[in-house]
Design a protein around this ligand. Structure first.
Ligand code: BGP
Length: 479
C-alpha cells in the first residue's frame, strides 16, 4: 500500500447545494437560485427556458438547501470526527460580489468564509476551494448574457482578486471552474447562457467555453503571483467513453466523445487547443474569438494539477436503433447508451469502479500532472430506522470498490494522486434533479424533497466506515 502519508482524504460540497441563506449577508442572486425543482428544472439548466428570477409557481431547493450557512461549525466538527484532511467547498461568487463585478467586495460574505476556513484549520483540515461551482451572478447575465461575453473574464478576475487577497494565508488549493465541460450539456447552469432566436447554440457554447478557459488561465497566473506556493487545478466531469462494440465506427465515436472533454483540459493543462479542435471548429463553421493575446494567456496559465469528478464511465454507439431503444437514463447530460456489463444506481448511473482506474490512466498518460479525485460517490435512497440509524451498506460497497481502484492506480500504475474528496459527505441538494432524497452523505440530514424536515444531522453506518478508511490511510477498507 503506497498512498502517500499526506494523502488528502475528505469530502466535497458546493455552496449552492448546501449553504442556503440565499438572501442573507448581502448575497446577490445567481443562476442556481432560480433553477427550480420539478419538470422545468432541465429546460432551465439547458438554457431553453428563461428564468432570471424566482416566481411563486415554483420552488427552489438552493434557497434553504441544508442551511449549512448556519450549521457549518457543527458540520465541520463532524467532518473532523471522520478524520478529514481536506474539505472541498465552493465560494458563492455573489456572497463576495453581489452583482458579480462590484468594485468593493461585500464584507459580510468575506467574513463568512473567513470563519469557515478558520473552523477547518482548527481541526487541521485543508480547504480546497472551487472558485465557481455552477453559479453565474444573475446581474452579469442581465448585463452581458453570461459567459457569452468576453467581459465576463474581467468580472471573474475581479472576484478572484478579492478572494485571493483575503484568503491567501488560509487557502492553498484552488479549482477555477467546477466541471468546466458541463457547459456543453447544461449551458445555463454551467455558464449562465440563454439562447436567443437565430443563435447557433454550438457556436455560443464554444465561444463561452473559450472565455472561461482564458479566465481560468489568467486566474492561475494571478493566483501564483498573489499566493506563492498556491496550487491551482482544472476540474473535469470525467468518465472514459467506451465503444458499445468493437466496430471501428463505435471506436471512433468513443474517441470523438472523449475529445469533447479533452478540448477543455488540453487547453487548461497544455496551454493550447489540440489540432483536431481547430479542424472541428472549421467544419462546424464556428469562430472562437481567440486573439493572439488569449493564446499567450492560455500558455502562461497552465494548471498545476488535474482534478475531476468520476461517477461512472460512459458508453457510445453509432447504431441508431440501439440508441433509440437503449439510451442511458442516467447521467442524462452525457447521453450515450447503457453498458450491458454494468449495474446502475437508483438514479440509473452506471457503476464502474474499474472505469475510475481507466479514466485516471488516460488522464495521466495525456497530461503527466498530479491527479486529484474531487468527486465520487453514490446517490441513493436511504431508509431511516426507528432508532434513527441508516444502514447504508450499498454506499460503503460503492466507495470501497472505487477506493480499491484508486489504490491500484497508485500502487500498480504508479500514478501521483494528491487526494480523494468524495461527493457530498453530508446529504445535500442534487444538482441534476434538485432532490434531497438522492443522498450521498455519511451524515444524514433530516430534510425532504418537499422542503419539510428538522435539518437535524445524524451519522449513517458509512460514517464509521470512512473514519476507519482515513485512519488507516486506505489500508483497512472494512472487508
Ligand atoms: C456533479 C456536480 C456536483 C454534484 C454531483 C452529483 O456533476 O459537480 O455539483 O451534484 O455531480 O450529481 P447529482 O447531484 O446530480 O446527483
Amino acid at each position: 500500500m503506497s498512498l502517500p502519508a499526506n494523502f488528502l482524504w475528505g469530502g466535497a460540497t458546493a455552496a449552492n447545494q448546501c449553504e442556503g441563506a440565499y438572501q442573507e449577508g448581502g448575497r446577490g442572486l445567481s443562476t442556481v437560485d432560480v433553477i427550480p425543482f420539478g419538470p422545468d428544472r432541465l429546460p432551465v439548466m439547458r438554457g431553453q427556458m428563461k428564468m432570471l428570477d424566482c416566481d411563486a409557481g415554483h420552488s427552489y431547493p438552493a434557497h434553504e438547501a441544508i442551511d449549512m450557512y448556519h450549521h457549518y461549525k457543527e458540520d465541520i466538527k463532524l467532518f473532523a470526527e471522520m478524520g478529514f484532511k481536506c474539505y472541498r467547498l465552493s465560494i458563492a461568487w455573489t456572497r463576495i460580489l453581489p452583482n458579480g463585478d462590484d468594485d468593493t467586495p461585500n464584507e459580510a460574505g468575506l467574513a463568512f468564509y473567513d470563519s469557515l476556513f478558520d473552523e477547518c484549520h482548527k481541526y487541521g483540515i485543508e480547504p480546497l476551494v472551487t472558485i465557481c461551482h455552477f453559479d453565474t451572478p444573475i446581474a452579469l447575465i442581465k448585463k452581458y448574457g453570461g459567459w457569452k461575453d468576453r467581459r465576463m473574464i474581467d468580472a471573474y478576475l475581479k472576484y478572484c482578486t478579492a478572494i485571493f487577497s483575503r484568503y491567501k494565508d488560509k487557502v492553498k488549493y484552488w479549482l477555477t471552474f467546477n466541471e468546466i465541460n458541463m457547459l456543453l450539456h447544461l449551458p445555463f447552469m454551467g455558464a449562465g447562457i440563454l439562447f436567443e432566436e437565430g443563435e447557433d447554440p454550438t457556436e455560443v457554447k464554444y465561444r463561452a467555453a473559450h472565455y472561461e478557459i482564458v479566465a481560468s488561465a489568467k486566474a492561475v497566473r494571478l493566483a501564483h503571483e498573489m499566493m506563492p506556493g498556491a496550487m491551482v487545478g482544472c476540474m473535469l466531469a470525467a468518465g472514459q467513453y467506451y465503444p458499445r462494440t468493437c466496430s471501428p465506427d463505435d471506436v471512433r465515436a468513443a474517441q470523438e466523445a472523449d475529445r469533447d472533454n479533452y478540448f477543455f483540459i488540453d487547453a487548461q493543462a497544455r496551454g493550447a487547443y489540440p489540432v483536431w479542435a481547430k479542424k472541428r471548429m472549421e467544419r462546424a463553421g464556428i469562430t472562437l474569438d481567440c486573439t493572439p493575446e488569449d493564446e499567450a494567456d492560455m500558455m502562461a496559465g497552465t494548471v498545476d494539477f488535474i482534478s475531476f469528478s468520476y461517477y461512472s464511465s460512459r458508453c457510445v454507439t453509432t447504431d441508431k436503433e440501439l440508441l433509440a431503444k437503449d439510451g442511458a437514463t442516467g447521467n442524462a447530460a452525457f447521453g450515450g447508451v447503457k453498458n450491458p456489463y454494468l449495474k446502475a444506481s437508483d438514479w440509473g448511473w452506471a457503476i464502474d469502479p474499474e472505469g475510475l482506474r481507466t479514466t485516471m490512466n488516460s488522464l495521466y498518460d495525456r497530461y503527466q500532472k498530479p491527479l486529484f479525485i474531487v468527486e465520487n460517490g453514490l446517490g441513493a435512497n436511504d431508509t431511516v430506522e426507528p432508532d434513527g440509524s441508516v444502514h447504508d451498506s450499498y454506499r460503503v460497497e460503492y466507495m470501497r470498490a472505487h477506493i480499491k481502484e484508486l489504490i491500484k492506480a497508485v500502487d500498480e500504475d504508479g500514478l501521483p494522486v494528491m487526494g480523494y474528496t468524495m461527493w457530498g459527505p453530508i446529504d445535500l441538494v442534487s444538482a441534476s434533479t434538485g432532490e434531497m432524497k438522492k443522498r450521498y452523505g455519511f451524515i444524514y440530514v433530516d430534510k425532504n424533497n418537499d422542503g419539510t424536515g428538522t435539518l437535524a444531522r445524524s451519522r449513517k453506518d458509512s460514517f464509521y466506515w470512512y473514519k476507519q478508511v482515513i485512519a488507516t490511510n486506505g489500508a483497512d477498507l472494512g472487508e
